[in-house]
Design a protein around this ligand. Sequence first.
Ligand code: 9Z3
Length: 315
Amino acid sequence: MQPIMASQWEEFYASHLPPPDFEDNRTLLKEFCARQSKVGQRIVLITSGGTTVPLEHNTVRFVDNFSAGMRGAASAEYFLEHGYSVIFMHRLKSLEPFTRHFSGQKFMDMLDLQITEQDTSITVKPDSVDVLAPVLLNYKAAQETGRILYVNFTTVADYFWLLRAACECLATLGPKAMLYLAAAVSDFYVPSNEMPTHKIQSGAVPNISLQLVPKLLSPVVNLWVPHAFVVSFKLETDENILLSKARDSLNKYKHKLVIGNILQTRRQRVVFVMSDDSYEVTLTREQMINGIEIEEHIVTNIINHHTQYMSVHKF
Ligand code: 9Z3
């Protein structure tokens, strides 16, 4: 009899424990999806930010990547505006919807402090009210209607566990569920059994051998959420290979849409690649100067494709 071979992603799960807060997050995900499903909501799972690859079990050092989480955080706001419920699965401390507008010193600079002998008060500077008010309004609407759930990851293993748990819950929504995989997931990792327990000592140059991280798109599309509308992102730095790489990915995993982008121009240009079509979504210089974000256009375009998909895929 032929032995049954575990796939690479199954082996990855078998050799990496779930993160400590995994069961709590799983419960939150289940409750959130059940609630949204009951009222017939469309849900988008947005993954956002980069994953780390630890070099030691007691991690002092890790490999990381550039992703700020801007794409995911901005897109979450636009999906909410269009009536979607959002699972915002992001790298801890990466940008988040709403608060992203006031990160760093920006928030402090918006406030005035008045101290008198009687009391201390803090107010928003008059010229900042126009900036803060619309964001606060949208934030409150999302919170009060319970349409956003935040869950976070740090390592690539955390990401694996959370993504599968989220898919398990989303499967019940069929075509109403969308996956918007904008996180920059590490391509390489140090296998658990090759990782030292303690901090690598600084005396000698370490010899670290990396392995390929299995691609989760395959089980996502074929096993976990076969009816969902799955969108992945493809990042390159060489324009000449972007389109072919995006198309290769679509042909290989057979999901619905790949959005290609180049590191340096990702805020003003992306390319949509589908099985029968491809087109660019770009911002003009004027739009950029006026603070228009490309995510607004990306999200409107995707929602059109999702709506069309739902009209022909009844569940
Ligand atoms: C992206 O391509 C995102 O658009 C960015 C957004 C990470 C560039 P920021 O977070 O940047 O706003 O700073 N995400 C996917 C990148 C990726 O690793 N894709 C995999 C690949 O290219 C496929 S899932 O192989």
